[in-house]
Each structure stands twice: as structure tokens, then as C-alpha cells.
Design a protein around this ligand. Structure first.
Ligand SMILES: [Zn+2]
Ligand SMILES: [Zn+2]
Length: 276
């Protein structure tokens, strides 16, 4: 078993987010504010789709082209999900596809069984044998990507925390903004993102109709599929096919929310989809 390094920073951050999310339930019971909940949902969609559409499909897999303004705007919005700068995310995800299930080279190496599922879902995020390679910014052509990497901390703090807290302060619910639009929103967003690494790589949650060599599965809609699909904005669906055809813009599963949004963006001329 390769040696794994425990990351105290990430572990502390997740602990704080989880405590905020739990406290947020108490806050909603006693100080429910509809506008704060709507803000949390809007932030979830904007930040989440910026990860699924921009980070994942357009940026990492180059599945389609998008307008420059949309690329720039979603790189800023994606920082509100606090899921690493694009360069780091992209490199890790490309390694996930190239070295799937290799404990040293796959950052999201899936392990079998129930405990393996829990290990992949959360423990491997804070304690992994995977090592990020050093990043040389002079090799990165896109100025927006360089800018996001350099200033990721302040951008993530502004979009992920300051923006929702300031907006909810307008209607007198700054604390609700922190606990609900930051804490709960991020807690659910993380579980949706991590489900793509855990549930979408576990036979307990799906099957392998395509017979792909890796642990990637096609997640079933029932019993947890609806919940996981909602949390991951559709990304958990059709994951076996995604490992077969990573450059396809669609996962080929009906009801995938990210696919639906991409179709609308294509109609508006914001992205250019090609047949997959
Ligand atoms: Zn995968
Ligand atoms: Zn991928």
C-alpha cells in the first residue's frame, strides 16, 4: 500500500464547512429566509456548472469551444466552488483518465467495497498518495488561467464567501448567507463532486454495460441515482461512457442537467457543440 500524506489544511477546511452546514440547519429552522436559500441555489448552479462545463468538459477534455467572455466569467465563478485552480484540477483529472485506478498516479483512485467507497469519497481527498507535479506558469498560454492560478485564494474567498455574505446582508441575513449560501451550499457541492469519484466508480451504485476496463460505472437512477445526479449536476451519470469517450461533449444519458444547459448555450451561440 503506497504511503499517503494527510493534508491538515484540506481536512480543517472541510471540517469548518461541515460544521457551518450543520449549524445552517439550526439557523434555517429559527431564521428561515427564502432569498438566502434562493441565493444558495443560484450560487450552487453558477459555481457548479462552471466546474462541469468549463473546468471539465471545455477545459480539460476540450470537448467543445466556448466564447471567450464565457470562459473568463466561468473561470471566476468556478473559484466560488473552492475546488482548486483550473490548472491543478485539469492536471489531476487528466491523470485520473490516463491512470484510472492506479493508487500512485490516479488522484481519485477508486477502491472496492463499502469502506473503499467511503475511502474514495472523502478520505482520499484529505489523505492521498498522489503527488501534484510542479507547475511552470510560463508554459501556460491562457492569461486568464494564469491569473486565476496566481490569485486563486483571494478570488475564491471573494466569490465563494464575500459575495454571498454581502448579498444576503442586503436583506439582513448575513449570518444565513455564511451558513447556508456558503456552508451548506459548499458541503453539498463537495459531496456532488466527490460522488463522481466514488459512486461513479463503484459497482454498488451502477453497472458496466460498456464493459470498460476501469472501475467506472454507469450509475443507476435508483435508489440514490436521482440524489447523486442532482448534487453533481448530472456529472455522475454515464461515467463509464465518459471514460470511453472523454472528448464527447455529452455523457449520452437522458436527463443529464449539464448536457441540457450545454444544449441551451449552443442555441444561444455561447458554445459550439460538435457531434459526439
Ligand atoms: Zn472517473
Ligand atoms: Zn473527465
Amino acid at each position: 500500500m503506497p504511503k499517503r500524506n494527510f493534508n491538515w489544511q484540506i481536512a480543517s477546511f472541510f471540517t469548518i464547512v461541515t460544521v457551518m452546514a450543520g449549524y445552517g440547519v439550526w439557523w434555517e429552522i429559527h431564521n428561515f429566509h427564502l432569498l438566502t436559500v434562493l441565493l444558495a441555489i443560484a450560487m450552487y448552479l453558477l459555481c457548479g456548472l462552471s466546474i462541469t462545463i468549463t473546468y471539465h468538459r471545455a477545459g480539460t477534455h476540450r470537448a467543445f469551444k466556448m466564447k471567450r467572455w464565457l470562459w473568463n466569467a466561468t473561470l471566476v465563478l468556478s473559484s466560488g466552488a473552492v475546488l482548486l485552480p483550473f490548472i491543478t484540477w485539469c492536471r489531476r483529472h487528466r491523470d485520473h483518465h490516463a491512470f484510472t485506478d492506479d493508487p500512485l498516479r490516479d488522484p481519485n483512485c477508486a477502491r472496492p467495497g463499502f469502506w473503499g467507497f467511503l475511502d474514495t469519497h472523502i478520505w482520499s481527498v484529505i489523505s492521498s498518495a498522489y503527488r501534484d507535479k510542479p507547475i511552470d506558469l510560463t508554459e501556460v498560454e491562457d492569461p486568464m488561467v494564469r491569473w486565476q492560478y496566481r490569485w486563486y485564494g483571494p478570488i475564491a474567498a471573494t466569490v465563494g464567501f464575500l459575495l454571498p455574505v454581502s448579498l444576503s446582508a442586503i436583506w439582513g441575513d448575513a449570518m444565513g448567507g455564511l451558513l447556508v449560501a456558503c456552508g451548506q451550499r459548499m458541503f453539498l457541492q463537495y459531496n456532488g463532486a466527490f460522488a463522481v469519484n466514488s459512486a461513479a466508480h463503484s459497482l454498488a451504485f451502477g453497472s458496466k454495460p460498456g464493459g470498460h476496463w476501469s472501475s467506472a460505472v454507469r450509475v443507476s437512477w435508483l435508489p440514490f441515482g436521482f440524489l447523486l445526479a442532482a448534487l453533481s449536476l448530472g456529472e455522475v451519470l454515464g461515467h463509464e461512457r465518459h471514460h470511453e469517450k472523454a472528448q464527447a461533449w455529452s455523457t449520452g444519458v437522458r436527463g443529464n442537467f449539464t448536457d441540457l444547459v450545454l444544449r441551451v448555450m449552443n442555441r444561444l451561440g455561447w458554445v459550439t457543440l460538435r457531434e459526439s
